[in-house]
Design a protein around this ligand. Structure first.
Ligand code: B12
Length: 213
């Protein structure tokens, strides 16, 4: 049984060797506890964020934490993905304008693809108008917006407004996610749903595409 508190702390302390070693151990049985390990790593990233906010860590530590989280996910990703051969639909996923964070988005993308979605990944810092244009061009009805900065909330709102202005709001379902997103934020920006983890995102998007979770 892995010690997930230890894993969380090692991630928060940016102890690369310890994190990677613990994750290799988690994978020894094929990764039956990979979900818990991901959660612990994410909580460890919250510690990094708190230490950055209190000026104990610097931007270089944030950058390093991003690299470490990416390495960590590379180890456990195979166990998180239960591959579906069924094709359930196409959707857009991106990080909204002004926000360059993409680790969470990339995790969500990998899991959506594994569950059968054809994900059009528009990348990071994507302006509202481009998202609307892409949805229109490709006839896509499910949109996932990611953002971890507080300012991402404004960009999410602007994106939803842009769909309204284009007369397309009723044609799309929009799910938002990322660290600052809550039910209140969902209501404020006018999204259809929000999710904090990939499993909930998949459930919501599969419901919208007409496939049971
Ligand atoms: C790593 C990191 C970085 C890396 C990002 C690397 C990368 N490629 O993404 C780098 C170094 C680039 C970075 C830069 C900056 N960062 Co930064 N960063 C972080 C940190 C430590 C971790 C983020 C992360 O990857 N978490 C792990 C992932 C797995 O979690 P997640 O993103 O929440 O994703 C999960 C869920 O939210 C959900 N999800 C995610 N997306 C979606 C989408 C949908 C549709 C759904 C349904 C669900 C969903 O599923 C995911 C998996 O479970 C956070 C701290 C934190 N607590 O988040 C700060 C943090 C977000 N950063 C912060 C800041 C201030 C910055 C900078 C401004 C620093 C600077 N002075 O330059 C810049 C901003 C650049 C910009 N314009 O975006 C602040 C934001 C403050 C705020 N309230 O706005 C934070 C909160 C740190 C802090 N406490 O001060 N950062």
């Amino acid at each position: 049984m892995a010690d997930f508190d230890k894993l969380k702390d090692a991630m928060g302390d940016l102890e690369e060797d310890d994190v990677l070693e613990m994750l290799e151990k988690v994978m020894e049985d094929g990764g039956s506890q990979a979900g818990e390990a991901m959660k612990a790593c994410q909580e460890g990233m919250n510690i990094v964020g708190e230490r950055f906010a209190s000026q104990e860590y610097f931007v270089s530590d944030l950058i390093f934490s991003g690299e470490l989280m990416t390495e960590a996910m590379d180890i456990i990703r195979p166990a998180l993905l239960s591959q579906s051969s069924e094709k359930v639909g196409k959707m857009i996923l991106c990080t909204v304008e002004g926000d360059l964070h993409d680790i969470g988005k990339n995790i969500v993308k990998a899991m959506l693809e594994a569950s059968g979605f054809d994900v059009v990944d528009m990348g990071i810092d994507v302006p509202a108008a481009e998202i609307v244009k892409k949805a229109k061009e490709e006839g896509i009805h499910i949109i996932g917006l990611s953002g971890v900065l507080t300012l991402a909330i404004d960009s999410m709102k602007a994106t939803i407004e842009a769909f309204k202005e284009a007369g397309l709001r009723e044609d799309v379902k929009i799910v938002i996610g990322g660290a600052p997103v809550t039910d209140k934020v969902c209501e404020l920006v006018g999204a259809d749903a929000w999710a904090i983890n990939p499993a909930d995102t998949i459930r919501t998007c599969r419901e919208w595409s007409g496939s049971a979770a």
